[in-house]
Every structure is written in structure tokens, then in C-alpha cells.
Ligand binder design. Sequence first.
Ligand code: FES
Ligand code: MG
Length: 576
Amino acid sequence: MTRKSPQDLRSARWFAPDDLRSFGHRSRMMQLGYAEEDFRDKPIIGILNTWSELNTCHSHFRERVQDVKRGVLQAGGFAVEMPSLSLDESFLKPTSMLYRNMLAMETEEMIRAHPLDGVVLMGGCDKTTPGLVMGAISAGVPMIYLPAGPMLRGNYAGKALGSGSDAWKYWDERRAGKLSDAEWIGIQGGIARSAGTCMTMGTASTMMAIADAMGLTLPGASSIPAVDSGHQRMSAECGRRIVEMVFEDLTPDRIITEGACRNAAVVAMATGCSTNAVVHLIAMARRAGVNLTLDDLDALGRTTPLLANIRPSGKDYLMEDFFYAGGLRALMKQIEDRLDVSAMMVNGKTMGENLEGAAVYNDDVIRPISNPVYAEGSLAVLRGNLCPDGAVIKPAACDPKFHVHEGPALVFDSYPEMKKAVDDETLDITPDHVMVLRNAGPLGGPGFPEWGMLPIPKALIKKGHRDMLRISDARMSGTSYGACVLHVAPESYVGGPLALLQNGDIVRLDLAARRLDMLVDEAELARRKAAWIKPEGRYERGYGYMFSQHVTQADQGCDFDFLQTDFGRTAGEPDI
Ligand code: FES
Ligand code: MG
């Protein structure tokens, strides 16, 4: 492999020529207090930092970026920090998903437009991982992903608390009148104890693991807790490594191959991934020109054992335990024969090389194949007359009695309408009912909100029920659980068959057959379809308008239709 020389650097186009424009570029770098030799002929590394005080999961990034810079300088590069759109899961309304593609666009455009030879992407909270990675794939310069890492495990009154999962669980207890104010406030103070992402196997942990398995992080980096000093060392190593990647010209197209995407999918299944992984993985793969489909994911879900005993799919442990048990490398070692070990990773080694020496230190946390949490079933893809383009369910996270179920539909057209009903203690509902929320998809939500774990109606909670079959065209949080069918496509807002369902219609789920149907005859469905009126668009202006014109459906990854092309096929870089 030929090594790049300084004259071949992309940034040389900005800084090397003896002309007026380059004079301007150099003088502006000097405005920062740098001498010309500080940046001339050196790889310029952009550090895309999604720090924000409203992104509480990334609160350590203000310090970590210094570690990255230290590494870049040590390796002979020049580092520039660039603030990036920070998509926090905690506060953004209607949903951070609305803005994932905006982060992807910003990332791509800002990399392309600036004198950067390589980038370190700092993210972790749910949508930041796919957003940053999708954009950087399309930009095509060498990149390394620096995962925020999970926060410490939650704690209240001697009990471990898991992000999200335990909030839902204890909220149901509170609604059932079983939790005092003092206990509730104690849980509130104990469930988010440090910087870092949700420490269940939610979307953040899932997506960081996916980035790791795809080869985009230093091996095993995704498991390091955010506040561990090892996280600082990993950050500095990212800085050192990206400089070398620039000289090696190790671009994303050499890493994100079909094998790498499949590796990511297999690992996601073995971790008991968030259902959101489906949408993001498809979108990321497509950016890299790999056609990963819902059917591929269903096939892997059927055959991959769930080995990570982490909530919500696992019962007992959290991400901190996973790290101490050996972390993602140890998990991947268990399923090495199902992975493409020839896949190249950002450290310049193959996955096989990177798994050498990986070991499990607690086989209750990271199970051997001979003793999985579940033999299969992280994810399943359903089809049927309710979801011709697919829907997703997480069999391992729901009561098996719902794996085959028939019951009458109770349909809600909006979230407020549903919320009112679930709080009504006199609601006429049985445990066999199938609760349905529609108009909650990519366009209907808008933005594909995480409403899919519809709350169990109070009327049933009081009688001791904690699960029931629920269906929506929404997503759900990766920390959620229950018999929830999600991502129904096409969504009801664009006239998918879910729009035609009526109260009392019998809905049938047959998980083994991967079917979801409404038992309504064709002629009746045709009559309802003819009477269906297309709702008005949600937006008339702004980003939301662009989103609504171009977002694809859930089975396509919800990227913008004009962005899901492979590496860097744009008009190119302005040669001025
Ligand atoms: Fe940031 Fe869950 S809120 S990862
Ligand atoms: Mg989440």
C-alpha cells in the first residue's frame, strides 16, 4: 500500500498553493495563534463534536475533545474542533428522529466544504451515531467513530436501575398506586448518575455496538463506560489513529463492505438490539451502497442467539456489567464463526485479528452459544394485509403468550386521543384487545416518534396486567419492551392498510409464520380504501417540509430519497 505524501493531502488544496486564496486560508489559521509549520503539510483532522448542554449524555465531550486533540498532535496531525448538531434523545420534540437526516446532511456538507483530511466523529446518544456515520460515509474521507460510552448503572435503595426500562416499569407501579412520592423521587435522582448514554441495551448502546462491529470504532470502544479513564485513553488513541488512517488513505468504502454490514447486523441480534437498529442499519448500509433489507435482518434474527444478558431483552444486567464481563469483543468472539472475520476495521487490522485474545469474564452476562438468553428472536419482521411492506417486533422482549394472538382492535388516530383513553379507569377493554395507534409514522408523527410502547390502560393495570398486544406505525425506544408491533409500512398517514382498520376488527398475529393480518374481507377493505381521505401535509415550510417531501418509509431506512446513493457521487469538490 502506498503511503500518502503531504502534497497529496486533500487540505493541501487549501493551504499549499502560492496564490491569494491560499494566502487567505493560511493567514486565517494564523489568526488562531498557530505558526504556519503547525498546520502546513500535516493531516488536518476535523473533530465533529456533538457536545451540548441539552445533550446530557455527551456532557463529557467538552473534556474528551482535548484528549482527541492530544492524540492528533502526538501523531503529527493538526486538530480542529467543529461543533455539530447535537441530537439529544431526552428533550427534542416531536422526536430526534426528525433530525437524524439533518445531522447527516450537516456532517456530509461540512466535511466536504472544509479543508479536512480525516474526521473523528463524537457521538453516542441514539440518533447521533447513524446521523454522523451516514454523513461521513457520503463525504468519503477517512473517519473514526468515538462512542460516548454508557453511563454508570443506576442505583436506588440498593437496586440497580436501567435507563428507560426501569422508568417505564416503576411508572406502571406508580400508576397502580404501589409507589410513594418519596420512592418515585428517589428513583428520579438515581436513574441517571453520570455522563454517558442510556446504559440499557437501548438504541444508543445498540448503535455504538453496530458502529464497533462495522469496524468504525477502535475495537471494543463501544463498551467502555463514559467516565472510565479508559475512555480518555481511547479518545486519545482515536486522535493518533486517524492521522495514520489519512496517510494510509483508509477511506470508509474500504471498511463498510457488505461483510461489515452483515457483521453489524449479526452483532446487533446477539446483543438483543433496539428495534431502531433496523431503520438505522438499513440507512447506513444504503449510504455505503449495500442493499441490506428487512428480510436479511429477519433471517439473521431467526438464526442468531441472543447472548448479552442486558436489559430490556436480558433480565439482569446493564452495560457497565457488560464491560466488566469482557465487552463487545468478548461477545463477538462467541459468534466469530458467523462473522466475516476478513472485514477491515479502522485500526487497519481485520476483525479476526482484532478478536484475538478476547475473553468472557462473566458467562452469565455474556452467555456462551450453548446457554443463550434466547436461542433466537432479537427481532422479527412481519408481513400481512396490515403491513405489506413489513413491521417489526422484538419477540424476546414480550410475553410469549402473545406470539400467537387474536383479538379485537381498539384504534386511536392520535396520541392525545390514546392518552386520554389509557388514563380512563372505566375504559371498556379486555386483555385480549389489540391497541392500535396510527398516524405516528415517518410522515404522520411527524418524524417517526417513539410512541410504539403504548401505555397499558389503567383499567387493565389495576387488574394486574402488564403486557398486551399493541400495534403502531411508530418506533419505540430501545429501552422499551412488551408485545409491541412497530414500524408498520406503509404507514397509515400515506394510506397504508393500517389506515383502514376499525374498532372491533379482529387482528391476528402469528409470529412463527411472521404474519400480521386483519381478518376483514377484501371487498370491505376495498370499500374502506375508496372512502379514505388523504390527510393534509403536516408542514408548509422549513426543514419539516423538505423532510415530508423526501423521507422514505421505515423499510427503506427513512433516509432522504436524494441522499441514499453510494459513496460521494456528487458534483465533487469545488476546485477553487
Ligand atoms: Fe441519550 Fe438515551 S437519552 S442515550
Ligand atoms: Mg432511546
